[in-house]
Design a protein around this ligand. Sequence first.
Ligand code: HEC
Length: 308
Amino acid sequence: MQRIFRNTSAVFFGMLLVFAAAKAALPEQAPDTMNGYSLSQFGSFEKEWHLVTSRYRKDTGEMRLTWANDIAWKALLEKSTDDPDGAVFAKIGMMTEDDPDFTSSAVPSGVKRYQFMVRDRKKFPDTQGWGYAIFNGSGKNTSKPEDHAIDSRACSACHEMVPQRGYVFSQPMSLALNTAAPILSEATGNITFTTLDAAKLRTDVQKHLPTGTKQVRRVHGPFEKHVFVGTMGEIRPVLIREAIRTRHPALLISDDSPLFSLSYINPDKPACEDHGKKGVSVISLFTTGRPDGQLPPVARNEYCETAQ
Ligand code: HEC
């Protein structure tokens, strides 16, 4: 009996050694970190930090909430455009679905993604001193570690639309009675559009245009430099506004990547109604995956824009 026990423990210790060796062979950067940050290290930020504001994307039905830690919150209240090191902003994007017992009201139905911006001027000189990190609903960063530098530049490129806010979009919402929430200055200062001949576009983009399109409006801005998958969906409201304003399809396209985002008024049925409000029916097509040598997948959405 004694001997059997000793043998078993030898096997057990042998297995431990095998596990230890396997662990040591893991790559240095675990898949759930980006720029050295993991979701778990921010703890229960949604309970402990300051809720800055909420936003709702009408096109995707996504609810977004933004929090600031103490340092970032102080900077916001002081209207600082240069957050000190240690300032952190967190954003959660949540899916929503109708409450089955009260269908005109949608409720959060799961986390789509977590995003963070951490101020460390020394560590992140290439992205205006902000370290960016993104995780899916399970807390995983799904891109390859070698793509993190590109992804960070893409995050930064869009946040560079608001240098006048220190590269931070969110502003504290007003909860004061009878006081309108502060109206944000439209971050269109460094966005411009040019008119392009449809015939000169790449054929893989051209084929998505409504038949008979002669001209498109191409958007230019800091986000053009380092396009990445997330930019294609985020930019849609800007493109839609331009498509409705000019009646031409509006496009984000880069010269060195197959990613694109295209929005135009539905030629078959331009008028629509949403919850009793008249609107313009819009079609959006945008790439949703990484190119990886092949053409990326394209998503098509149609919805009724009533805000114009
Ligand atoms: C195409 C534009 C765009 C891109 C790309 C982008 N963001 Fe943002 N980000 C926004 C906007 C707009 C907001 C304001 C909240 C909202 O509308 O969802 C925001 C808000 C945030 C916030 C809350 C603080 C703030 O600035 O309001 C964090 C944190 C954040 N983004 C992180 C990231 C990360 C990480 C990435 C890259 C993986 C990224 N963002 C890429 C446009 C962008």
